[in-house]
Write a protein that binds this ligand. Structure first.
Ligand code: APR
Length: 238
C-alpha cells in the first residue's frame, strides 16, 4: 500500500448490491419479510433445522451466480487508483471482489464458503478449514474432511463477529469513512463509524433515513451508484 495515499474505510451493506438485483433484508421486498431470520440465519435455527438453513444459503448462492457487480461496486474498486481503500462489508455476496476490490473484510461471512460445523476448536474453526465451494449446493450429510457436517461460513445471529476487532482497527486508521447502503440496524457493525478519528469525515450513501442519527455523518441521499458519483465529486473538490 502507498502510505502517501489517503486511507478510506468503506462499510457496505445490502444496499450496495441492490442495483445488481440482490434483495436487501429490511424494508420493501426485504428478505426478512419473506423469511424469518431466526429460522434461516440464527445459530438456534441451525441447531433446530439445519436443512432449512442450508436450503436458504443454497438459494442465495444460486442467485449470486446470476448477478454482476454494479456501478457502485466498480466505483469503490476504482478508488484504489487514488486512495488506499479497505472495504468492510456486511454482505455475504462476492460482488466487491468481482468488481476488483483487493482488500475486502467480510464481517458476516461469505455465502460461497462453508466450514465444518465442529472445527478444530470444537464448535469453533480455523481459517484453514474454510472451503470455497463457489455456487455449489451443500446438503445435510455433506461432510468436511474432519467428518463433521458442513455449515455455511456465515456469522449467524447469536454468534460473535470474529472480524470485528480488525474492522475497528481499519476504521480507526482511516482518514475518511464511507458507509454505503446499510440501515445501520445490526450491531456491532452499525457502531463501527464511532471508531473513526474525530477529524475523519464520515459519509453515508443511502436513499432512506437509517437507524442511526449523528451530526457527524454527512448523509448523501441517493442510490449507491449515483451516491458514489456525488461522493467522488466532493472528494475531488477538497
Ligand atoms: N443504493 C443504496 N442503498 C440502498 C439501495 C440502493 N440502490 N437500495 C436500498 N438501499 C438501502 C436501504 O435504504 C437500507 O437502508 O440499503 C439499506 C439496506 O438495509 P438492510 O436491508 O437492513 O441491510 P443491511 O444494513 O446490510 O443489514 C445488515 O442484517 O440481517 C442482517 O446479516 C444481515 O448483513 C446483514 C445485516
Amino acid at each position: 500500500m502507498d502510505s502517501r495515499k489517503l486511507k478510506i474505510a468503506v462499510l457496505t451493506g445490502a444496499g450496495v448490491s441492490a442495483e445488481s438485483g440482490l434483495s436487501t433484508f429490511r424494508g420493501n421486498n426485504g428478505l426478512w419479510g419473506e423469511y424469518d431470520p431466526q429460522e434461516v440465519a440464527s445459530i438456534e435455527g441451525w441447531r433446530r433445522e439445519p436443512e432449512l438453513v442450508l436450503s436458504f444459503y443454497n438459494g442465495l448462492r444460486k442467485q449470486l451466480a446470476k448477478v454482476k457487480p454494479n456501478a457502485a461496486h466498480l466505483a469503490i474498486a476504482e478508488m484504489e487508483k487514488d486512495f488506499s481503500v479497505t472495504v468492510i462489508t456486511q454482505n455475504v455476496d462476492n460482488l466487491h471482489e468481482r468488481a476488483g476490490s483487493t482488500w475486502v473484510l467480510h464481517l458476516h461471512g461469505e455465502a460461497t464458503k462453508v466450514r465444518p460445523e465442529n472445527g478444530v476448536y470444537d464448535r469453533n474453526f480455523s481459517e484453514a478449514e474454510v472451503i470455497d465451494i463457489g455456487y455449489e449446493e451443500v446438503n445435510l450429510g455433506d461432510k468436511a474432511p474432519n467428518g463433521s457436517q458442513l455449515r455455511p461460513h456465515i456469522v449467524f445471529f447469536g454468534e460473535a463477529v470474529p472480524k470485528m476487532e480488525r474492522a475497528i482497527d481499519i476504521v480507526d486508521e482511516a482518514d475518511i469513512m464511507l458507509i454505503v447502503g446499510t440501515s445501520l440496524n445490526v450491531y456491532p457493525a452499525a457502531g463501527l463509524y464511532r471508531y473513526a478519528r474525530a477529524d475523519a469525515p464520515v459519509y453515508l450513501i443511502d436513499p432512506e433515513e437509517v437507524a442511526v442519527r449523528d451530526p457527524r455523518i454527512t448523509h448523501i441521499r441517493a442510490l449507491a451508484s449515483r451516491g458514489m458519483e456525488i461522493f467522488l465529486e466532493r472528494l475531488r473538490r477538497k
